[in-house]
Every structure is written in C-alpha cells, then in structure tokens.
Design a binder for this molecule. Sequence first.
Ligand SMILES: [Ca+2]
Ligand SMILES: [Ca+2]
Ligand SMILES: [Ca+2]
Length: 422
Amino acid sequence: MRPGSTGTRRRRIVGLVVLVALSLLTLDGAAMAAGDATGGADRGRSARFATFNASLNRAAEGELVADLSTPDDPQAQAVAEVIQRVRPDVLLINEFDFDAQGLAARLFQRNYLSVGHHGATPISYPFRFVAPSNTGIPSGFDLDNNGAVGGPNDAFGFGAYPGQFGMAVFSRHPILRSRVRTFQRFLWKDMPGALLPDDPATPAPADWYSPAELAVFRLSSKSHWDLPVLVGGTVVHTLVSHPTPPVFDGPEDRNGTRNHDEIRLWADYVLPSRSGYLYDDQGRRGGLKPGARFVIMGDQNADPFDGDSVAGAAQQLLDNPRVNTSVTPTSPGGPEQAALQGGANLIHRGDPAFDTADFVDVPGPGNLRVDYVLPSRNLRILDAGVFWPASTDPLFRLVGVFPFPTSDHRLVWVDVRAHRHR
Ligand SMILES: [Ca+2]
Ligand SMILES: [Ca+2]
Ligand SMILES: [Ca+2]
C-alpha cells in the first residue's frame, strides 16, 4: 500500500541527474572490516534471500538521508534490528527513497546495520545496489485525467519527488555489476496483449491513455532489476520490483491493470518462449536463458485470493512453470493478528499464515499476502518464513500493531541451495 499519499508535496525537481546514471555498486570498507561470520544459510551454495517493504520512505526529498545521517531514527533502528534477527544474505528493501549517490543505503549500513540493536549482532552488506525509480518523475501528461498536469499521480510512478518509494538491494554475495539489467524505461504499450485501461465514458476501447501518453508510458512504476548474484560459484538472477498498488484509481482500474502487467514482466522474463518482446534500458532484448537460476522477490501488491488486484495477477508467478512453490513462507503472527483484528480478515479465502502485510481491516482489504520470494525450480528451498512473531514473543515489539514501529509489511525470507546437478 501507499503510505504518505497526503504528505508534504514539495516542489518537484526534474530528475535529469536521476535519469542519467545507474548509481554505483558501493563497497563500504568500514562495513567489510567489521566482518560478520554468523548468518542464516550463507555458507557454500546456500543463501537466504529476503524481501522487506520497510517503509523507509519520507514525505520530502532528502529527508531519508537526513534521518539516516544520525543513528537515532527509531524506525530505522527497528528495521535494522529485524534484518539483524533474520540475517538475510541477499535483501531487497522496498520503499527506500532513491538518491543518486547511494547515500541513504550507505548511511543505513553504517549507522544502523553495523550497529547492534537490543543485543542483536551487527550485519554487513559489502555489496549494495540502487538505481533510479520512475516514482515522482514528471511525465508531462495528465495521466489521472483530472484535468490538470502535475502532482504524484501524473508522474511515471506515483511519488511526490523523483525516487520516493524506491528500492535498494543489500548483499553479502557479489553482485555482477557488468551483467545487471534494468527495465525502468520499458514501455507498457510494447507488451503484447497489454491490459491497457479503458475510459468507460467513451466507446473506444483501451483509451484511458492517449496515443501520445502511451508513447512515453513506462510499465514499471518503480523499476525492474535483474541483478546476477554470485552464490558459491553459481549465478542467481535476483529479479526485484515493486508493482503499483491496484487501488487509488477509478472504474478504469488503471492501477490494477498496471499492477497485473508489472507482475507479468517477470513471469514472461523467465520463460524463453514469452520474453522475446522485452528490452532493457541498456538496449538488450529478451529474458533469462533456459536453465538460468533466479529468485523473484518484492512487494507485488497482489494477493492470490483476496484484496483488489486483477484476478490471476499473483498466479502469473505462483503458477509459472519455472517457479518453485514447494514451500510457502508462514508466520505465527499472521493467523493471530487476523483473528484479533477481524473485519475483512473474517471473509478472506487466503490462509492468514501466508499473510505478509497488516492493512486496514474495516473498511479495507484486511491483511494480505503481497510480498514474495520465489526461487526457480532449479533451486532447492531449504527453509522459509515470514517475520511476524506472535504477540507473546519478545520480538513482537518489532512488528507491533498500527501505528507500526517499522512497516505495515513483514519481512519474507527463503533459504535456497543450488542443486549439484540440474
Ligand atoms: Ca492530473
Ligand atoms: Ca473507452
Ligand atoms: Ca490489519
């Protein structure tokens, strides 16, 4: 979901600098020197992959960097402790405001992850990746058809300034930077059979966006990144994204249809028979090669059974022939909170043990499964979980109930190992 939608609307800055370059993968000498011999499944060919919509977004540009410049931001402390408790090897953080220098990511490592919280062991991620996000970049068009151009809803992705609600990846394994692919600028109209929304007030089909708008409309609301990570000599393509929430629109369902097709991008990317139309920001076409190993992860903003997404949106991944769904991450806190909170949770079809987000229950969608870590079938799942402790657990203080100490989402993790033989 989208927090802060009523937040301060600062003057937007044309994100030329933001657009120009992928920020560099950074090596933090201090963090490396600190060392870290502990960890979940980070030995040999095994690794713990995790996704966490940590809600490290701020209403104004520069505010996250300011907050992380000192070690005393309570939310960032709690987010860091969750990470230190779970100890992922490869971690995607959704809703982590982007800055072109990667300063926020560096400061989060130095001032929060490298500092132990409440007795937890510090954790070091020598490899990090951030890149521009479509959020908050002005499109120059009236995309929400409210009669005016400008504001978060007319940006390439919803956001008050360039990079708000961006993403960051933290890794203890090398990210093969020269082989990274990004799909920030892939145009929605170039997806065959795209669910382009229709203006119900006109007889023409699929005409919510004009031809001029479709000529620039980027499918990805943030970005889609393929980050090849080297795990014990094996390349694992880490496929990360954060599709737009399927709500905050009208009967045309422009966000729901976009959410569906943003999810579809990865569903097609992993199938050589369907990926031929895709092109990345570097001008290369196609998707993964047959036999490639991957982990799709992120807040997909779609529950397979409940909530407001287009029917079948999440199933594009869950029913994908290349995706390994042999283990579904669960928590003790999800069922407990669904029962305690009631409302929409009482009529849900999905198993609350699979929930990953604590949304409004009355009136609202209730708690949903929207955050996923989905390995390829040629990776073995050793273990998995959702960090949502029961209320009797001392660590429940890290998730809490609204207003949340960390986020309305929970961290999801999966331990994988590459098969010796495919
Ligand atoms: Ca508008
Ligand atoms: Ca129409
Ligand atoms: Ca709730």
